[in-house]
Every structure is written in structure tokens, then in C-alpha cells.
Design a protein. Structure first.
Length: 569
């Protein structure tokens, strides 16, 4: 069994245990749960998983791995009006992509519908549940407030036999949606409003993606959650902090049913600046066409982050670095981006790509000659080796790497100035060609053939090095530059009369349609990250094809956003 670092390990190898790890360590020492560690990840299949779910996935599966235990995947499929098989399949894909495996432990709350119903009957027989005819609005009205106790339902003291009969008829489909509910009989004066006779079952005449039309009554989450944990013999039921006030209800159900009782533990959910992680709001963005879909690279969904170019290693490291606490907080988005930069800096292949091309003609270079020059794939990883890049008379450079009237501290190309072309030669701009509107459309240059490889034998130095692409061999591509989807750090912070949608950033996507990439990117793979030198980290988009090559920017090379924020930009 794997546990935390021991006293024999060096300080560098040690790390502090989070409070959940401390609980598990103590449980193992005392023999609680017979030395078992069994967690579960219980998503609702009513949307795609987002970065907040990634933290929960890493925590639940990670604890099981760390302590030699098991982690179940259990779908909380108790609301057929919002659930789809599409979401089930996507959730499984996301978990596998993050690097976790539930083996043969794939479960559904709907697997337990019959047992949950039998337990509801048991609560009725014990006088601890009743069928209520109040409407949803009336139930809310009768519940009271945080400062005032609730009022008992006029149906609260129905005889056991009548409640049993009504529940059976509810199941048989005799009543309309909302006409009746089954409620637990607890305490309408409880300081915890969750204990004020909560609903256990509601009527929903809706087709279920797994059980079809077999059921027309469905259990509520607070009822289903603990009992499902009990059935699966979970030891540590780990939830986000908003369920802390629900824990007494979790305990009440298990205690009054007299069944196996796991321990519920709450931790703070992950909130990231410039993101919304409400599935309802994410669904609104998709349905309203404000993004291209759940996997839009601006979305905080795991599939959106994957399509943008995030790696599972970067997300797992981010979740580890954020930590596990009992206190709500907000994590800066730059921490997520920095996790990706650190990961891609180690693994990404370096390539040259010109996003806003300006043509260069080297007039003293042979017209029909093409050289194959050596370029380094990753300077931090010798095993990545080298590649060949073609060099010819006509090239493309970035428009921003030329300035006609350049200031003294501009170290790139200008008329009369010499720069180094990466891996190639020194070149000097001799003239410019302009269109009828006076825009520079072409540069005329000369090169020094003695500077092959980027070094001058006479020892002269140049201050500027720029990237380039050979014109004839270039791959033409569309490049998409993604920014934060929201302009405000807290998208939910809105003035009166406005909506969170008003905080959407209008220019969160810039599409460049005539980019020139080096020849080697013609064979790019969708799962391979690339560093476009001096520009950022990119990956091939999932919709890319031989007819239209598309690359997405995952993240810039540096945290320019953080610098802008410090300057008040």
C-alpha cells in the first residue's frame, strides 16, 4: 500500500499531506474500514465535464492510487429530462484522457432504482416518510427561512397504509408530474433547512436514457447519493463544499435505513478567474451559439481545453498545485496557463511559423537553389534530435519583424540593417516594394553566404534573430488565436439590470487565414504540441484536414496577460 512520504525521505521528497490525506492516514492507522480506501467520482450526465470536475477526478482517482485503493465511476442519472448518452460517453473519454481508469467499476444510480424504491418503502413503514400533495412552490413556502422555522405539510401525518398505497400508485403512473412527492419526515423546525422534510421522490413522466419508460418517479440526489455510496461500499465520499450542509441529511438517511455508512468529506471547489463553471451557463453558451460547441477551445470544459492544446499532464499538475482545502477561493487563470507552459516547454517540438507573412526576396541567392538546413527540435531535450528545413531565394517573415522607419532600439529588419535568419544566414534589407496604397508588400535583401548556420566567420555580431519560412515549400494554414472568453475576472460580477453574458469578450478569437508554416507541419499530428518559435504553443485542431490546415494557439510563450494586469492594461 502506498502512503505519504516517510521520515526517511529527504526534505525535497516530502510534502505536506492535505486534510483528506490526513483523515485517510489516520483511518488506516486505526483499522477503520478494514484498511480499505474506496472513493468514487459521481458526475451527472447532463453536460460535459469542466476544469472543476478535473480537480475532483484527480482527487478521487489520485487518492485511490496513492493509498492502494479503488475508485468507482458512478453516473448520477436521476434526472432523465436533462441527461443524454452523449454526455456519458464524453465523460468517460475525458476521464481516460486525464489518465485514470475505473477498470470494471462503472456504475449508474439507475442500477439501484429498485433498491432505492424498496428503501423508500422501508422509510414509509417506519413512519419516516410520507406522500405530500403540496406543489413545488408550496413546499418552498412551507419550508420557512434561515431565521424562521417551516410549517408542517397538512399531509405529513397520513397513515402508513395510505402513504404506501400512494407511493405504489405514483410508481404505477396514476398521477401527473408535480402532483405528488414523497418526502422524508424529519424536522420542519430544524436550523438546517435541508432537514425540513426534504423531497425523496418526484414524478417525472420522461424517457430515461438507460431504463427507458420503466420508471415515472425518480429519486432526488440527496437521497440517492448516500445510498449509492453505501451499496458500493465506498469508504470516503468526497464532495465539494456546497454539500457540507447536506451531510446531516446524508447521515440521516443511512442511519434510519440501518445500512453501511460511508464518511462524507467536503473540500473547496475549483474556481478560476475569467471562467464560468456552471453547467447551466455553459449549456446556455452552446445553445445560444456564443461558442462553437462544448469543445470550443475557449470553454473551460476538459474537451475544450484538450482541443485547445492542453495536455493531461498539465491539468493534473495544475490540480495538484492548487491543493485541497476547506476554504473557498479563486485561482488565477495564469496558474493554469503556467502549468501548460511548463509542460509544453519540455515536450513541444520547435518549428517556425509565420502568422502574418511578408515576402522576402534574397536577390543574390541562386534562383533554383534549395538548401536543407539543420534545425533543433527542442533545445532542452537532446533526444528530440534535429530536422531539416528548406531555405530558398524567396521567404516569408513576420510583418512585425520589419519596420521601414525603425527607431534605434528596433533590432529586427529595416532598410540597411542586418539580422540573422534562424538556423540560416545573415541578411540585409536593401529595398522595399509597396502597393498602390503605400503598404509594404515585399522586401528585397542580400545575404552573406559566409554566415551559414547563423554565425559570421569574421566575428561580427547582429542583435536581431528572426524566424522565417521558405516560400515554395511553405504550408498554408489557418491559425486561431484564442483569448479569455470573458473580459471580466469574475464573469458573474454584473451591474443591476445586466447579465453575465454582457461580460463575454467580443474579440476572444482572432482567425488568421493565410499563415505560412514550415514544411514539416504538413504531417502534424493532432496530439502533438508544437512551439511556434517566438510566438507560442500550438496544436493541430481536431477539424483540420488536408484541404484546410488549422492550428490553435494553446498559450502564449510568456504570461503577457499578467504583465498587462500589473500595468493596469
Amino acid at each position: 500500500m502506498n502512503t505519504a512520504p516517510t521520515d526517511t525521505e529527504s526534505p525535497e521528497e516530502k510534502r505536506s499531506l492535505n486534510f483528506i490525506e490526513q483523515i485517510i492516514e489516520e483511518d488506516l492507522k486505526t483499522g477503520k474500514w478494514e484498511g480499505r480506501v474506496h472513493t468514487r467520482f459521481p458526475p451527472e450526465p447532463n453536460g460535459y465535464l469542466h476544469i472543476g470536475h478535473a480537480k475532483s477526478i484527480c482527487l478521487n482517482f489520485g487518492l485511490a492510487e496513492q493509498f492502494g485503493g479503488k475508485c468507482n465511476l458512478r453516473f448520477d442519472d436521476t434526472n432523465p429530462t436533462k441527461e443524454e448518452q452523449e454526455y456519458v460517453d464524453a465523460i468517460k473519454d475525458d476521464i481516460r484522457w486525464l489518465g485514470f481508469d475505473w477498470e470494471d467499476r462503472e456504475f449508474y444510480a439507475s442500477d439501484y432504482f429498485e433498491q432505492l424504491y424498496d428503501w423508500a418503502v422501508q422509510l414509509i413503514q417506519a413512519g419516516k416518510a410520507y406522500v405530500c400533495d403540496l406543489t413545488g412552490d408550496e413546499i418552498r413556502e412551507f419550508r420557512g427561512t434561515l431565521t424562521e422555522p417551516g410549517k408542517e405539510s397538512p399531509f405529513r401525518n397520513r397513515p402508513v397504509e395510505e402513504n404506501s398505497d400512494l407511493l405504489e400508485r405514483m410508481r404505477a403512473g396514476e398521477f401527473a408530474n408535480g402532483e405528488k412527492t414523497l418526502r422524508a419526515k424529519i424536522d420542519m423546525a430544524s436550523a438546517n433547512v435541508n432537514l425540513r422534510d426534504p423531497v425523496i421522490y418526484r414524478i417525472l413522466h420522461a424517457h430515461h436514457h438507460r431504463t427507458g419508460d420503466e420508471w415515472c418517479i425518480y429519486p432526488m440526489y440527496d437521497y440517492t447519493h448516500g445510498e449509492s455510496d453505501s451499496i458500493e461500499k465506498v469508504t470516503h465520499s468526497i464532495c465539494t463544499l456546497e454539500f457540507e450542509n447536506h451531510r446531516p441529511l446524508y447521515d440521516w438517511f443511512l442511519e434510519n435505513l440501518g445500512i453501511y455508512h460511508p464518511q462524507q468529506i467536503e473540500f473547496s471547489r475549483l474556481n478560476v478567474t475569467y471562467m464560468v463553471t456552471s453547467k447551466r451557463k455553459l449549456l446556455d453558451l452552446v445553445k445560444e451559439g456564443r461558442v462553437s460547441g462544448w469543445d470550443d477551445p475557449r470553454m473551460p470544459t476538459i474537451c475544450g481545453l484538450r482541443r485547445r492544446g492542453y495536455t493531461p499532464e498539465a491539468i493534473r499538475e495544475f490540480c495538484r498545485a492548487v491543493g485541497v482545502t476547506k476554504f473557498d477561493g479563486v485561482t488565477q487563470i495564469v496558474e493554469l496557463e503556467n502549468s501548460l507552459r511548463e509542460d509544453l516547454n519540455k515536450r513541444a517540438l520547435r518549428v517556425m511559423a509565420v502568422l502574418k507573412p511578408l515576402k522576402v526576396v534574397i536577390e543574390n541567392y541562386p534562383e533554383d537553389q534549395v538548401e536543407e538546413l539543420d534545425a533543433i527540435n527542442n533545445p532542452g531535450d537532446e533526444s528530440a534530435g534535429k530536422r531539416k528545413v528548406p531555405f530558398s531565394r524567396e521567404l516569408y517573415i513576420e510583418q512585425t519583424d520589419f519596420m521601414e522607419d525603425a527607431p534605434k532600439k528596433f533590432f529586427r529588419l529595416s532598410v540597411g540593417r542586418e539580422v540573422r535568419l534562424r538556423y540560416a544566414y545573415f541578411v540585409t534589407c536593401t529595398d522595399v516594394v509597396k502597393d498602390d496604397d503605400g503598404n509594404v508588400i515585399e522586401l528585397r535583401c542580400t545575404y552573406d553566404p559566409e554566415t551559414k548556420g547563423g554565425n559570421a566567420p569574421d566575428g561580427r555580431k547582429v542583435k536581431g534573430t528572426i524566424h522565417w519560412v521558405s516560400s515554395e515549400q511553405a504550408v498554408t494554414a489557418e491559425v486561431r488565436l484564442y483569448d479569455h472568453l470573458f473580459a471580466k475576472e469574475d464573469p458573474n460580477d454584473v451591474e443591476e439590470g445586466r447579465d453575465w453574458r454582457d461580460n463575454l469578450k467580443p474579440n476572444s478569437l482572432e482567425v488568421l487565414t493565410d499563415c505560412k508554416l514550415e514544411r514539416n507541419l504538413a504531417d502534424a499530428a493532432t496530439n502533438t504540441p508544437y512551439q511556434f518559435e517566438r510566438t507560442g504553443y500550438f496544436c493541430l485542431d481536431a477539424t483540420s484536414s488536408s484541404e484546410k490546415v488549422i492550428f490553435n494557439r494553446a498559450v502564449s510563450l510568456r504570461n503577457t496577460w499578467g504583465k498587462m494586469q500589473k500595468k493596469g492594461g
